[in-house]
Design a protein around this ligand. Sequence first.
Ligand SMILES: *[C@@H]1O[C@H](CO)[C@@H](O)[C@H](O)[C@H]1NC(C)=O
Ligand SMILES: *[C@@H]1O[C@H](CO)[C@@H](O)[C@H](O)[C@H]1NC(C)=O
Ligand SMILES: *[C@@H]1O[C@H](CO)[C@@H](O)[C@H](O)[C@H]1NC(C)=O
Ligand SMILES: *[C@@H]1O[C@H](CO)[C@@H](O)[C@H](O)[C@H]1NC(C)=O
Ligand SMILES: *[C@@H]1O[C@H](CO)[C@@H](O)[C@H](O)[C@H]1NC(C)=O
Length: 589
Amino acid sequence: MHLKHREFSIPSLFLPLFLLCSSVHGTLATDASLEFLDPTLPPALPSQTPKCSVLVLQQDFTGTVGTSPVTTNYTHPVDCPAPWTRVVLELSLSASGVPVQKDRIAAVWIDGAEILRTSTPFTINHSAFWKVHKDVTRYTALLRRLSGGGGTVSMMLGNSNSKPPGVFTANVSLHFYRGALSAKSINNGHPSVKGLYREPADHVIPISQEKASNGSSFWFQISGNSDISTASVVIPRNTYRAVLEILASYHADDEFWYANPLQTEYLQGGLGETRANGGLRQLYATIDGKFVGGHIPFAVIYPGSINPYFWSPVAAIGAFDMPTYDLEVTPFLGLVVDGQPHEIGLGVKHSQSYWLLTANLHLWVDRWSDAVEAMLVDYRAPPLRVNPQAEWRNQDGSSEIDAEGLLRFVGWVSSSKGNVTTLVRQKVTFKSQVVVQNRGTVRQVEMINKEAMTVGVHRGKNQVVGRVQLFMDAPLQVQTSTVNAAGGAVLRNTRLYHQLEEVLKLNDNMAVSTSMLTDRQDAEGTVLMHDGMPVWGGGSTKSSYKYRDENTCYLRTVDAAGGAVKNDVTSASCAAASAAQAWVCLGHF
Ligand SMILES: *[C@@H]1O[C@H](CO)[C@@H](O)[C@H](O)[C@H]1NC(C)=O
Ligand SMILES: *[C@@H]1O[C@H](CO)[C@@H](O)[C@H](O)[C@H]1NC(C)=O
Ligand SMILES: *[C@@H]1O[C@H](CO)[C@@H](O)[C@H](O)[C@H]1NC(C)=O
Ligand SMILES: *[C@@H]1O[C@H](CO)[C@@H](O)[C@H](O)[C@H]1NC(C)=O
Ligand SMILES: *[C@@H]1O[C@H](CO)[C@@H](O)[C@H](O)[C@H]1NC(C)=O
């Protein structure tokens, strides 16, 4: 499954560039191998040495389009038994083949359950290596079974070997840690993980293609708005809690969904969009056809998108460890704990062809009961209120989609833990705006994507057991101007601002904690594109990753320009934060 690349399409006439800042241009070094990186929070670990590390899979991926994932039988060291405090997946990769290796989508599965979706970098004129670390403690149920013997680990990296030829070499390792987390280490890998998973689930059931078929792996391929893929599952009758985790990537006509304007009669086909259906998408799930929740995805910018020089060598937010989307489906347990098979469906509203989806159903079971009693008591799931508006005159104009949504689900589950009611409330505020000016040569894309989610758990009338509140804010701004160059080439100048902010408030047994993550990138640069490939260009990207809770602050700022890291500072104090945030010439525009 390789990414089908398409020009970030903009019709080109002459226009003035908005070069407000000088950016660094030049050809990247051709000799040495370049290390690509994704500056995120290091996983919280008990100590520096794992109890054991297992090299699970080693594989060269050449022409893999249309093939099945590579699968190996897993053998666990006997002296490294469960339980583990932390388990970290390490994917170590290298890419060779000049001049260019396009970005590819890859994934790792345990017994058919996907635990990582990732993209490879877009490399220009050099070989590359990089590592992805992911805290996979939440998949302990899979790892326990795996360590018991008889399990498999699979990996797919969709590399088209026809053009350009190249080899990706991958090592997949698992690191198992025991012992207490050191007091100094940061609380948890990602705040959102902590929020909904607390303790890892007892079962993790893959919602995916049962058999890895050729080319599509275990992924469901979603070809549009009305397409929905389903898997049939039997849920243990003693399940008292359930979270559905969705993994997604977008391809072909929807590779740039976040920059897609709305169609008008003037625009039809004019901007090169396959179907200008706007920049709103919603991932969602169903149980027996009933909508049980959704999320507007975070716009992960693939390494070959907008300007490949921006992402060399620092990956765009989420590109190496794509975000997963959790739905708390505990209120719906009453519909499924009858021991019968039920259909879990996955889809993407407003989508075009195609999305690759899977999900993992995390289930917590009550060992002291054979069956729980449960019931859904309040269900409010109106579709998103979508307000599309577009006005075009020839190639110029603007389009806007506003969307708002409010969901509310309440259900109780009665088990040996008592009769516990779970309330899920989600509020979504979204706006996508695309403005095209100067006879189609200047395009501004702006996205506002905010979500507030509360999961409240109470016993009896008013005894609060716990509450998780997650606020997410993911603004994106892209300004692009294009000039036609000789021989059909196109010169593009782009400025970008992208951010993921998550605030998590946890209220658990009277203890209250708040954590905050701000992952931000600002980039500017120029690229000369010919036949969909970069011929010349440059870019500078400032990344800042800040995590703060009551006890800690972690700040890492990385400045990259001209294909190299110019500055990489990690600080355990946020004192430097304000200076780092004072961008000289980029920022909100
Ligand atoms: C993996 O295990 C299965 C079943 O035990 C066996 O048929 C297969 O040959 C094994 N594969 C390898 C590569 O050892
Ligand atoms: C994979 O591991 C082997 C050692 O087992 C090492 O020689 C090789 O460089 C590694 N490859 C990558 C891409 O990390
Ligand atoms: C593999 O994919 C090709 C092309 O999509 C299809 O024609 C063929 O039937 C598939 N084979 C299997 C075994 O699924
Ligand atoms: C659980 O509590 C709800 C209201 O809080 C109540 O309606 C329901 O009957 C209770 N279920 C059981 C099995 O006691
Ligand atoms: C790659 O290197 C060649 C030779 O140095 C150079 O001519 C070409 O412009 C480079 N390509 C890119 C995309 O930088």
